[in-house]
Design a protein around this ligand. Sequence first.
Ligand code: GDD
Ligand code: MN
Length: 395
Amino acid sequence: MGGTLLDEDTETRIRTDVTIVVPTRNEADNVRPLVQRLRAVLGDTAFEVVFVDDSDDTTPEVIRDVMCDVDDERVRLLHRPRGEREGGLGGAVVAGIGAARAPWIIVMDGDLQHPPETLPAMIVRTGASVTGDDQEDTVEIRAGADAVIATRYAGKGRADGLGGAWRRLVSRASGIVAKLVFPRRLARVSDPMSGFFAVRREALTDAALRPIGYKILLEILVRARIGRIAEVPYTFLPREAGDSKASLREGLRFARHLAVLRLATVARPGSSIGRAVGFAAAGATGIVVNSVLLWALSRELALPYLVAAFLSMQGAIAWNFMIVDRFVMSGTERRLHRRLGRFWLINNSLVPVHLAVLAGLVQGLGTHLLVANVLAIGGVFVLRYAATSRWVYGQ
Ligand code: GDD
Ligand code: MN
């Protein structure tokens, strides 16, 4: 990370309930009013603002001035010089999250399109901090949600400030695409493209965040351990100063980000789709083992084909168990010999089905033995998966 701003002493002296991470890139005219409005709206709340700045204009100087003027240590600056601006906007937010000291982190833009006046509602939702005496000020860990998303697309939320109809359409469409790609995870998220949200720092500790482009919230929702999600409607305001940095290139980055996230999480152990994919992959390697054995036993040893098919099935079942048990399934208390026993029983209970299909294909339709064998395996796959995940792993 770029560099640090406060010495250890200061870090331990200040108690902070909310860290507001603000990525900035050439926002010289916006940072001062932003800090003023934050202070006005947050009152006694123990907050800090971390600007993660990638500017080439005078923004860092303005931030330093603001730090002097307000005369407290609650405004911090992480300036990333040219050449060290890893990950652009997304990377800047990740750097800010890394520097955050509070148990709750709020991410918002530095251009006033995300109105600071929305913050109290978000903080109340998180239970992060209520102004008043020390007791109340303490972060309420029990307060339900792991994330609170400020949304333009629910309740009284509005996207007016996005500008032309085209940008609005693009924003809306990208949100819908993201929801189609991650239907379960984004089921209750009306604005997955939001750049304005609060998240419990704890939920991010083990997550390796590597956002590509702007969509840091999407990255967090997909990669981190986010349980309950709350939403707060807000109106996305028009930009008063400076320019949006969104572009066609950003759109392409978004497509790549979605693809990378989907691939990275499709076979994640623990997700049901991941298990099914892993199970199918293990089965695919099993088909190779099965076919080689069948070929060797029926050709080389000249065994009757049904006997050869039965024996190769045993070899493939043993092979599949090794792979599935080691790499695909997890989370059962059952001991190894019991898992193996059940796995073997269930898979063998389907062997008659397999052999019947095989005989039907070979004798009835004259299909080549190895081809028929693969078809039969495919036919019973669905049954095997359903039975194994239910009776061996209880999922
Ligand atoms: N540190 C850093 N580095 N900050 C950046 C960079 C960068 O490379 N690029 C942009 N920013 C800062 C801007 O200065 C601004 O504070 C904020 O990130 C958002 O950038 P804009 O260029 O103003 O984005 P936008 O208004 O088109 O879109 C924003 O709002 C949408 C609605 O919430 C983004 O946050 C979108 O992700 C979001 O969907
Ligand atoms: Mn903006």
